[in-house]
Design a protein around this ligand. Structure first.
Ligand code: HEM
Length: 446
């Protein structure tokens, strides 16, 4: 029985008990109360579709992101893993256990199919998004044959899956960077997101192992106009001018890889058409120093007010910044070194990106300072045009950089989705694993 069905049964029992205790009151309430709106925790997003979920999906509150190294050179084993991951993800995103057996059932002398910690929890809007790192195609930087092309994928490397350059101020930890595969699990309940990655990692045993992970909370972007703008750990609204799902023409231009990018650079990367790229940057924020800076300085560095998030050129949160406006002293109201000016599309050849980052707090360092910051995540059509130039400018000129250090980095090609209706289902109508089940990124291996 599914996690959701089990939950429904549990809920029924609770209502039953309440009814037995106060039958009259319940009857009156039932007559008065309109149908309850579906609880956000019960929200599910389809796993299948033209594009993967977890990109334009309204950003959930929690993230667990894991990058993996593939530990085998056996291409069939890699394909087998992706096939198993696809079915597991299709199940877990619908609130079902990872495998066909519920966590406390199945063969008694074998480990349970599902680890169980999400057994009583609803889907909580879980999305699972998969991506491939450059090293999957050409090996780690400096790799030579046969490691360089372990899976015969060198000729399928998409032109945008570059080695990111070193940016001024970077202090990247290799143990928190890169990876052959990435899994982004987002949900409104951290236990659901962690459960998903844990079960996928368990299925990868012998084929791939986790290289680095990041737990995130308090989404730092809104990706739908229906969402309120959240705040990052500097206390500022983040996501005001983000690319939103409703801006369909701009999403088409700035997020999804077009068909004509397929042969750029002389490789065959048609498999990525309709996909995108995920840029991940673990950015530590020196919050202690920030907290000692004046409100005037904080607002000047961002270019927006801390309260409402309005541009310093005037207006309210969603007023477009007027970068030409000057104050009585003749200086620009949105300072030349402010983040919002430097990241604004007019200063970046019209570039927009779909930011989908999360706050993180990973304990403290030896000096008692929080190891806290922002896991910057952005989905872009091409990192060469949509990330590298902007990050180059920000790292050199952005006043905020005094309070930031990039400590981890990853770039992944995110294939399109598994088409609707393509996954085989069992007698109970839920996705099941078969030898020829379609899988995420299948066109890459065709
Ligand atoms: C910890 C690091 C960062 C912090 C605290 C931060 C904070 C902010 C804030 C407060 C805003 C204004 C509200 C909004 O429109 O969302 C903003 C906007 C923006 N940021 Fe960042 N950001 C960070 C890193 C980055 C990085 C690494 C990039 C890209 C390379 C970036 C790109 C943008 C863009 C494109 C905008 C929208 C600009 C506009 O269209 O007006 N940010 N950021």
């Amino acid at each position: 029985m599914s996690r959701r069905a089990l939950l429904g049964l549990g809920g029924g029992l609770v209502v039953g008990a309440a009814a037995a205790g106060a039958a009259g009151a319940v009857a009156v309430d039932a007559a008065r109360t309109p149908d309850p709106a579906p609880s956000p925790a019960d929200r599910t997003y389809p796993f299948t579709g033209a594009h993967q979920a977890g990109i334009v999906t309204p950003a959930q509150d929690r993230l667990y992101l894991a990058a993996f190294d593939v530990t085998t050179t056996d291409r069939d084993a890699l394909v087998d893993l992706l096939r198993r991951w696809t079915v597991m993800a299709a199940r877990m995103t619908q609130g079902l256990p990872a495998g066909p057996f519920a966590p406390a059932s199945g063969p008694y002398d074998a480990p349970p199919d599902d680890t169980g910690e999400a057994a009583d929890l609803p889907a909580a809007g879980l999305t699972i998004t998969f991506g491939f790192g450059r090293s999957l195609f050409v090996g780690a930087p400096g790799a030579t044959a046969p490691d360089a092309d372990r899976f015969g994928l060198g000729g399928r490397l998409p032109a945008g899956l570059v080695e990111l350059p070193h940016f001024a101020g970077d202090d990247l930890d290799p143990a928190r960077s890169d990876g052959d595969l990435v899994v982004q699990a987002c949900a409104d309940d951290p236990q659901v997101a962690v459960h998903a990655v844990r079960n996928l990692s368990r299925a990868a045993f012998g084929t791939a192992r986790i290289r680095w992970t990041q737990l995130g909370y308090g989404r730092t972007s809104s990706t739908s106009t229906a969402q309120r703008t959240p705040r990052n750990l500097f206390g500022f609204k983040d996501g005001t001018a983000n690319l939103k799902a409703e801006e369909t023409a701009d999403v088409e231009t700035h997020v999804w890889v077009p068909a004509d990018a397929a042969t750029e650079g002389g490789t065959d990367a048609a498999w990525l058409t309709g996909g995108t790229y995920l840029v991940a940057r673990r950015i530590r924020m020196h919050v202690e120093t920030w907290d000692r800076s004046s409100l005037r300085e904080q607002e000047a560095l961002v270019g927006r007010t801390k309260g409402e998030g309005a541009p310093l050129s005037g207006g309210t949160e969603f007023t477009e910044p007027d970068l030409d406006a000057t104050g009585g002293d003749g200086k620009p109201l949105v300072a030349l070194d402010s983040h919002v000016r430097l990241a604004h599309p007019t200063q970046n050849d019209g570039v927009r990106m779909l930011r989908r980052g999360y706050n993180f707090t990973d304990g403290n360092d030896a000096l008692g300072r929080l190891d806290a910051g922002l896991l910057f995540l952005a989905f872009v059509v091409d990192p060469r045009t949509h990330f590298v130039p902007m990050q180059t400018r920000l790292s050199a000129q952005d006043g905020l950089m005094e309070y930031l250090v990039h400590t981890g980095s990853g770039l992944f090609a995110v294939p399109p989705g598994v088409p609707d209706g393509a996954l085989p289902t069992g007698s109970d109508g839920t996705p099941v694993l078969t030898d020829d089940a379609p899988f995420i990124g299948q066109a890459l291996f065709a």
